[in-house]
Design a protein around this ligand. Sequence first.
Ligand code: ZN
Length: 469
Amino acid sequence: MFVDPFADAPPPTRCGGMLVVPVHIIDLHASVWARARSARVHVDSTMIYRVGPTTGSPFFDLRQRIDRCWIDGVPVDPSAVAHEPVGGFADGVRVVRRRHSADSVHHLRVVYRLDKPMSDLSGAYPPRVSWTGPRLHWSFGMADLYAGRYLEMWFPSNLPFDQFRFTLNLHITGTPVHHTAITNGRAIVRAVNHWSIRFPSWFTTLSPLLEVHAADTVEVAAATVRLPISRRPVIVTAAKPVSRPEVLTAGIERISAVLAEQERRFGTFIGDAFTCFFHGAAGGMEYAHATTTSIAALPHEVIHSWFARGVMPATAADGWWDEAFTRYLELGEGPEPLDFRSDPIELCSRQPFQRTTSPLSYVAGSRVFRGIAALIGPGRLIEVMGEFFNVYRGATATTATLEAFLVRTTGEGALVDVFHRFVYGFDGAAPPSHRLSASSPALPPHPVVQVHSGNALWGNGAHPPGQFG
Ligand SMILES: [Zn+2]
């Protein structure tokens, strides 16, 4: 099946006199040298990309200070790929100040010293790269609720609509201390403190996990489990700092039980491994068939292997549905009809350059799924979300895609009103032109994207309890 990599990409957007256009990353490669003697980490990374169907100036993101830069082999000043407030978001994306033809292929090489990312570093488990003498500690530290907190923290990357492969060569030099790399990529140990890690082509900027620690500071355990539906062996790996009290064998049992339960409900688990790092902080964060988490947040983060990092939100503005449905499953509070006299709530802004998931996703979002369960039946909701997972497994989905899927699959037209008021935040009735029926084609019922000049709706307070990711 041909998948258009630009299907969920932001539309061409004017900014600073340029027409800013999306790219698809064909390949991303990075070599990282972590040198204990200088206590520095250096990166040399190349991104090969194809421009979309519109000629213009491509965007990408990288939240590190670039020292040297080449576009198609020609050295340029790093200001040629500076950040711009595209879509009205102040910290924006980097824009290549070149006019690239539609469908043309280019490569960008950047060299920089790896440092604390220029991102919103809030939250319980922020990104970290630091040395303690000869010991390196590097945590990717991704987050949904804070801007610029996916792969772009460390390497050139794209917004979540794009799926691309990434190869990371990591060398730690000048230290007698052995290190451990905990990752959801396929890691080949080339030598002591030298790994080649491949992240597969279905991953997005949200997916890759890496934790690097001195081997004598972490405890690691693994077991092979057989899941009930796929019958495939899955390697479950759990790790923690040696100072932490978690019992890894109990953690592996808990992970295996939740994986089995979710596979029975929703269908085949997406990975052939599950990787868990108990970080000792509050809450947790999901990665593709992986998590960094507390014991308390573990079930929530494992469920995300189906919704969030199995079928993946196409934009940050779509991140509400994976948190909302995961929270709905976790709380198990049952159906409750929505009250259409209550105020509209916006969970999805449809702003393509928004970089954060709505913090309302957990409470107001799970309430939406309780309302949908009241409309179609809780058992039917589980079935339909299982069908949704199996259709979009390993792919991205917008809010409009989910809405259209639910309406088509259930034939329940009132779902359009639910999304209109309690997801998009519109008052009044949904216009007749937005109606879908069971026989409608897969057209989104609302405009897919609207680019606003401001971002007044961004970061509207109230974070969820426990800082779940
Ligand atoms: Zn979550």
